[in-house]
Design a protein around this ligand. Structure first.
Ligand SMILES: Cc1cc2nc3c(=O)[nH]c(=O)nc-3n(C[C@H](O)[C@H](O)[C@H](O)COP(=O)(O)OP(=O)(O)OC[C@H]3O[C@@H](n4cnc5c(N)ncnc54)[C@H](O)[C@@H]3O)c2cc1C
Length: 352
């Protein structure tokens, strides 16, 4: 486990630690535990610490913060996050962490994967991590996104042979490496078309291949790709992949006509979604297999809230801003509940 306590210079401390909890208790007692330091979890911490004197710990399974922005698309640009203009995911996620440093007088621990949650007899929630750490708290905010996801692989028996030979999954948006190359994008989502558009802007011949004619992205983006001469092949799936003269030859099967056709290309970027690997902590799930929450973002366990991509998304195109809204609701509600009992120590005193 890698722990990091932020030391904030005196002139930047806005809220001192809770006066009712003078020192770090040996029993690991906190007001709030936040699970996951993606954009949602970081914002949850910021919102609490900007509003309340309390003890918060943020537990992150990875060695760094940022979630998908760091692990999946660090050099893609984000153009829909307010106040930043067009910004790379890496820069935006660093700004989130910087913001956290500026307001955070709690604790963030990296490499701590939360394995279970349990309500204890004294009304607290016990949080267990895979390294055996036990923390008791008043309230938990789950911001675990889609867990530790993996890109969905191309379903061809020999696909793995090509992974260092031009076949990529959610490939880098650093396109200077692709000068003069021909690009094929497999997938019909927002990232597929964003990548295709970036390639077209860089003057690269680009084809998007998708299994249907329904795209999970904005119409404007598809239109822009068409205008920029991106070829869009609908109702096609990958059928065979081989290497011919240092290039890739992709055979496509047209699912309507059953005809085969080949595309010769230098790079295939597969952006066909992510396989989620997430822990639902034994909580109730909804019909979309996400954590079931009520209108206050509370899960099936009292004082355990969930937000961000850990819960059902209202819109097909997922956005950071929407997730932050859910974190705002979850943390505001959690703080209201805490105000009723003041601090976890008060609860313990009442019970013991
Ligand atoms: C390729 C791609 C491009 C995108 N582009 C955009 C865009 O341009 N604009 C936009 O608004 N949105 C975009 N999105 C959507 C946006 O990235 C997500 O909605 C957002 O990252 C979700 O944030 P989150 O914090 O809820 O989850 P995540 O970012 O997934 O963060 C969850 C964190 O929880 C940690 N974690 C998980 N389980 C545990 C556990 N048990 N214990 C401890 N830690 C745990 C993970 O390690 C991770 O750090 C894109 C998504 C993808 C996949």
């Amino acid at each position: 486990m890698v722990g990091r306590r932020f030391c904030i210079p005196n002139d930047r401390v806005r809220f001192p630690a809770s006066p009712l909890i003078e020192e770090q208790p040996s029993a690991e007692l906190y007001d709030f535990v936040i699970i996951g330091a993606g954009t949602t979890g970081i914002y949850a911490a910021v919102n609490i610490l900007c509003k309340m004197r309390c003890r918060v710990v943020l537990l992150e399974g990875d060695p760094d913060s940022g979630g998908l922005l760091r692990t999946t698309y660090p050099d893609k640009t984000i153009n829909n996050y307010p106040g930043f203009g067009v910004v790379t995911a890496d820069k935006l996620r660093r700004s989130f962490e910087q913001h956290l440093h500026e307001v955070f007088d709690g604790e963030i621990r990296y490499g701590q994967i939360v394995s279970s949650l349990r309500r204890t007899d004294d009304g607290l929630i016990e949080v267990l991590t895979t390294d055996g750490t036990r923390i008791q708290c008043f309230s938990v905010i789950i911001a675990t996104g889609i867990g530790f996801p993996q890109p969905r692989r191309l379903e061809l028996p020999n696909a793995s042979e090509f992974e260092s030979k031009g076949l990529e999954y959610y490939g880098s948006f650093n396109l200077s490496r692709l000068q003069g190359k021909e690009i094929c994008v497999l997938g019909g989502g927002q990232t597929s078309f964003e990548f295709a558009e970036a390639c077209a802007d860089a003057g690269l011949r680009t084809t998007v291949v998708h299994r249907s004619d329904q795209f999970r992205c904005s119409d404007l983006l598809v239109e822009s790709c068409r205008l920029k001469q991106v070829q869009i092949r609908c109702f096609c799936v990958a059928y065979r992949l081989e290497q011919i003269d240092q290039r890739l030859r992709l055979t496509l099967l047209d699912t309507r006509t059953k005809q085969l056709e080949t595309i010769d290309t230098d790079l295939i970027n597969v952006t066909q979604g992510m396989i989620t690997r997430t822990n639902t902590f034994g909580l109730e799930l909804d019909e979309s297999r996400k954590l079931k929450v009520d209108s206050n973002m509370q899960t099936s366990m009292e004082h355990v809230y969930a937000c961000g991509e850990a819960v059902k998304q209202r819109y097909q195109i997922k956005t950071i801003v929407y997730n932050l809204f859910t974190a705002l609701v979850a943390t505001n509600e959690a703080m209201e509940e805490l105000k009723k009992v003041r601090t976890v120590e008060t609860i313990k005193q009442n019970v013991l």
